[in-house]
Design a protein around this ligand. Structure first.
Ligand code: ATP
Ligand code: MG
Length: 199
């Protein structure tokens, strides 16, 4: 065996024992809280990817979209026929264009009621709270309400929160936090958002 081969073999053996140890240490089974945040692209895409996984095993999923201005969405088009998926979109109010605090708050609270129903239903395996971070940032929804609903959700239920500038308390509560870091974005070079790619 060459030097290189034996070095590789040793490295793989070490890696395997390291991974085996970690697998053995991971004994708990329960629903998770995941936060996808940061300025880079991919937060909502990753959430829909996970919805697809959930539906793939015949589990139920609920998606709540907190920003109406981002309503066009290819994943929703594709998955809408699945009886195990329910989607709730903020009906009126907040978009990036119109910002009226009173109607925005009402619209937010209305869709939050849908979120609360999902968060108390043990049949729902995955709940996505898409762009909810902005609702907290603008004060349309308060963190104590969200914290309580998350803390009291069914033990087997997983929740994904997406959006930039996630509240510190959400980060502290989460089991998994991924920060999408922007290295470059086509938009800054004047390229338009692309159907079927960006939404
Ligand atoms: P995506 O929906 O593509 O996964 P995202 O959820 O991470 O993106 P948002 O902040 O929710 O990002 O932005 C929504 C829209 O803005 C999408 O069309 C997305 O492609 C685009 N976008 C995402 N990140 C950036 C960025 N850094 N600069 C400009 N546009 C962005
Ligand atoms: Mg998004």
């Amino acid at each position: 065996m060459t030097d290189r081969q034996s070095r590789h073999r040793n490295a793989m053996r070490n890696l395997k024992s390291h991974v085996d140890e970690k697998v053995a240490a991971a004994t708990e089974q329960r629903g998770l809280l995941l936060v996808f945040t940061g300025n880079g692209k991919g937060k909502t895409t990753a959430a829909w990817g996970t919805v697809t996984r959930t539906l793939g095993y015949g589990y139920r999923a609920g998606v709540v979209q907190f920003i109406k201005g981002m309503w066009e969405c290819g994943e929703r088009e594709r998955l809408a026929d699945d009886a195990n998926l329910s989607v709730h979109i903020m009906a009126t109010g907040f978009t990036w264009e119109t910002q009226n605090r009173e109607s925005d708050t009402q619209a937010c609270q209305a869709v939050w009621a849908d979120a609360e129903r999902l968060l108390s239903d043990p049949e729902v395996y995955l709940v996505v709270l898409d762009e909810i971070t902005y609702m907290l940032k603008f004060g349309y929804l308060d963190i104590a309400t969200v914290r309580e609903a998350l803390a009291n959700r069914p033990a087997e239920q997983t929740v994904i929160v997406t959006g930039r500038n996630a509240h510190r308390e959400l980060l502290d509560m989460a089991d998994t936090v991924t920060e999408m870091q922007e290295v470059r974005h086509a938009f800054n070079a004047g390229l338009q958002a692309r159907r079927g790619i960006d939404y």
